[in-house]
Design a protein around this ligand. Structure first.
Ligand SMILES: [Zn+2]
Length: 326
């Protein structure tokens, strides 16, 4: 894809040199630990009233829809890639500072990736700002935090092993650029628009957060933890909605003639490659839909495509969808 470079600094925070711990930013993780601790305690509460909450969520979604002058409306949520619940992330726990931060600057071997990530997140923020404005709602921009190895997020400490993620507590997207190698080599999804899809998916979680979908889902899950799980549970619905929202953003890049031949195929290949069934097949050798958290390859591809084709977030209501299949 062909992008103008985002203005410096754009919507990017470069923490690659911090070796996993901001010496000055340690407070955030501690605070998040308190918040997360509360949420986790909530999860252990007795389940009950789950259906009522589900109803509320759907109604809330429809209200937002009817308010949207231009038809924009979604709610929000957060994923691989949303904390809490991220495998590999330890809420409230700080990563040890490394005495030897990676030197960044000068000849930065990742300079092109940094610039591209900045351009995508800045552009996606611009697009969502406008869509929120048209529907009479306010949008607070997210930023992408680049880190190397590990990072203390508002959702606790996380290592690069968790992959890119969005933290609703601090409203930031986190990315270790080495994930692009994994995406290309392990998942077989290379190309710049595959990367753009991943970033746009995370920004999609931010959109869900801004719209209040994330907090509504969290509430339902606290009441009824089982509501989150399963092949058509809330977790999968949240993730597929973020894919659809990434597609809505991609639609605008198409309209602005930013796409190169093959870009959308790259994005759809990436969405397919990170499907739960694809990953389970390659890691544990069998597919268990009841343990899905993000949706199958076909579902992820098709919800991205749906958003891309329509360009309207109204078509991303995975919560009301009777079937998550195409
Ligand atoms: Zn996600």
């Amino acid at each position: 894809m062909e992008f103008d470079e985002a203005g410096d600094p754009g919507d990017l925070i470069d923490r690659r040199g911090e070796g996993g711990l901001g010496a000055s930013g340690g407070g955030l993780g501690g605070l998040a630990g308190v918040i997360l601790g509360g949420m986790l305690a909530g999860r252990r509460r007795k389940a009950g009233g789950g259906m009522g909450m589900m109803l509320l969520l759907i109604v809330g979604f429809l209200v937002m829809r009817s308010c949207g002058a231009g038809g924009f409306d979604l709610g929000a949520m957060s994923g691989l890639d949303q904390l809490p619940g991220l495998p590999g992330a330890t809420p409230g726990q700080q990563l040890p500072a490394t005495g030897n931060p990676t030197e960044v600057g000068g000849d930065d071997p990742q300079a092109a990736d940094v610039s591209f990530a900045n351009a995508v997140v800045t552009d996606a923020n611009d697009v969502w700002s406008e869509q929120f404005r048209v529907s009479g709602q306010r949008y607070n921009r997210t930023k992408i935090v680049l880190f190397s190895g590990g990072v203390n997020s508002g959702c606790g400490a996380a290592t690069a092993a968790v992959g890119p993620f969005y933290c609703p507590a601090d409203s930031l997207v986190y990315l270790d650029l080495t994930f692009w190698d994994e995406l290309a080599n392990r998942f077989g999804a290379g190309g710049d628009f595959a990367q753009a899809y991943v970033i746009a998916h995370e920004v999609g979680h931010h959109v869900q957060n801004e719209l209040g979908i994330s907090s509504q889902v969290r509430k339902i899950e606290e009441e009824d933890p089982e509501a989150a799980t399963g092949a058509d549970g809330l977790s999968v619905r949240v993730e597929l909605q973020a894919d659809c929202l990434a597609g809505v953003w991609a639609h605008t890049t198409y309209e602005r003639k930013l796409l190169d031949e093959g870009d959308i195929e790259e994005a759809m290949a990436a969405a397919q490659a990170v499907g739960d069934d694809t990953i389970q097949r390659s890691t544990v050798g069998r597919v268990r839909p009841d343990t899905f958290t993000h949706g199958s390859a076909e579902q992820r591809r098709s919800w991205f495509r749906r958003g891309f084709k329509s360009g309207s977030s109204e078509d991303c209501d995975t919560f009301s969808a009777e079937t998550l299949e195409d």
